[in-house]
Design a protein around this ligand. Sequence first.
Ligand SMILES: Cc1cc2nc3c(=O)[nH]c(=O)nc-3n(C[C@H](O)[C@H](O)[C@H](O)COP(=O)(O)OP(=O)(O)OC[C@H]3O[C@@H](n4cnc5c(N)ncnc54)[C@H](O)[C@@H]3O)c2cc1C
Length: 388
Amino acid sequence: MKLFQTEHRRALRAFYGEGHAAFSTLLESLAGTLEAEVAPSSARFDADSGGISSARRRLFEAGLCRMPFDSHGGLSLPFGVYSLAMELVGAADAPTAMSLGIHNTVADGVFRYGSESQKKEVFEDLVSGKRLASFSLTEPSSGSDARAMSTTATKTGSSYRITGTKTFITNAGEADVYFVVARSEKGHSAFLVDGSAPGLSVGADIPKLGMRGSRTAEVRMDGCSVPAENLVGEDGRAFEYVKSMLSGSRIVMGSICVGIALAAYRKALHYATERKLFEKKLSDMQMTRERVADMRAGINSSRSMCLYASRIKETGEDYGSEAAQAKIIATETASRVCDQAIQLFGGYGYTNADVHRHWRDARLLTIGEGASEVLRLIVASMELGGAA
Ligand SMILES: Cc1cc2nc3c(=O)[nH]c(=O)nc-3n(C[C@H](O)[C@H](O)[C@H](O)COP(=O)(O)OP(=O)(O)OC[C@H]3O[C@@H](n4cnc5c(N)ncnc54)[C@H](O)[C@@H]3O)c2cc1C
């Protein structure tokens, strides 16, 4: 199935006016790569933790990770174009999209807060795909309440010693660079920790409901020595950086969910036109038509919200609330649309992994990168004041 369709061209025209044609050509070409080299393997990736590495490599070569950055090898594309690109990747294979989305969250952090030498030595390697990154914030006893973390970074001369355990870390074991947040004397600080640093070890793969092609594991640091120049930005300011990095990432995770929903929707639509019951096509039944209309409206409103949040980000204004809204709407819609797709397929939806994997993949994203409850608190605090 063609991943880039008229609906994408129309969305680009609606949000980018005259500039849309060049963006359409670019995304159509990316979609061609995804159709040829990623989507055909997505069922296999669903059964193979870490199986996405060749797909990820191909997308690095296609320049996906360079898109939203405007120097050091970036392609200077609007964030909304990058978010639509991530929608296409999500439609082709969600674990590949998530792995690269999180990788690029780290690239964004290094780009905006890193030193000039980190930009040259690390950022350029990240966007070219020479090195893979992992974002290490969550701990066994602190997820949504990330500030309650126990990992510590103690300064000793010209280095820091980091001790603690991070869990549920995407790309763990494959990453060359870990963006680690730890408690320091001045508050919380962020570090770039080399994957081969002495004292860093990675646990076994954590089995998951969905997103199985990407790897998830614990990252343990036992007195891991990190040179002081690997501190990102200023000591004590990590949460300020992480908050801003996660806002962009939330638009991306929302866009990935639009892609997941679209993939399930298109399969369901096709099935509904083929399946016959009570001497009718499933697609001719009134309740099916109502279901299809709701699925389509949900997908379009999710995409519009992701593009709207992207456009605000592009202006330089604060977009944290819109990013949170986009993620709430897109992730919750994707779970609903994928559930409706299973219902349309009947028993075949429940038993065919190629249908139910979309629901399993989408299910993560109302939890990770800001659970829906946390995001609602962010939106409410913008509307009503008070703490998020
Ligand atoms: C497959 C996978 C990949 C992941 N990848 C990464 C990664 O790469 N890097 C990383 O750092 N982390 C990663 N995570 C961790 C993810 O970000 C956390 O799971 C998430 O932040 C939630 O934390 P928690 O699981 O500890 O749940 P908790 O924070 O303990 O939440 C428990 C429940 O409370 C709800 N809740 C939260 N706040 C409130 C509130 N104010 N009121 C009421 N209820 C609330 C939550 O939604 C949830 O239902 C990943 C997780 C998974 C499963």
